[in-house]
Design a protein. Structure first.
Length: 171
């Protein structure tokens, strides 16, 4: 799910900067969760990109709501199956490369202590022979990103707690 948000963010950043989308792969960090405001692109960390405040305030919700837009465009008749397949392929290849012995850095929604109050959070992780071997922080945020992060934590924590409860009830 995190990889899907990364792929979408890469496309939107490439479009906004006039770049080839292939050149944006692995350059657009996205942290948090996978629902609306819990998706936080770190546009301040995109090397070589420049965004006005207006662009940041427009691009961030565009990335956050991309999945909803696809479902709406299909009039409830489906979701973004092609982009989900692309993202799944990308993550599966990263995991397989890691299990094969290569050290791979990818973003993943995993159990984490990176953000107090969020038991699970998406940040960069190192994938190796043993799966996720290290959970990394997310670096320095802009004031805009920090404000969004602070606002999203209660929502994401609530979503995580609901998921944990569902899992325990399902057992």
């Amino acid at each position: 799910m995190t990889t899907l948000d990364l792929c979408r963010a890469e496309v939107f950043v490439a479009e906004s900067q006039g770049w080839d989308v292939v050149e944006t792969q692995d350059k657009v960090p996205v942290i948090g969760g996978h629902a609306g405001v819990t998706i936080q692109p770190l546009l301040s960390q995109v090397e070589g990109a420049t965004f006005t405040d207006t662009e940041l305030k427009a691009l961030t919700p565009k990335i956050q709501d991309a999945g909803t837009e696809v479902v709406a465009a299909k009039a409830g008749g489906g979701s973004a199956t092609l982009s989900m397949a692309w993202a799944g392929n990308r993550l599966a290849n990263a995991v397989l490369r890691g299990l094969k012995g290569e050290t791979v850095k990818e973003y993943a929604f995993v159990e984490s202590t990176v953000v107090p109050g969020c038991e699970f959070f998406s940040t960069p992780v190192t994938i190796g022979k043993n799966g996720v071997e290290e959970v990394h922080g997310y670096g320095t945020l802009s004031e805009f990103e920090q404000t969004n992060l602070d606002a999203m934590v209660p929502e994401l924590a609530d979503q995580v707690n609901k998921g944990i409860k569902w899992g325990k009830d399902f057992e």
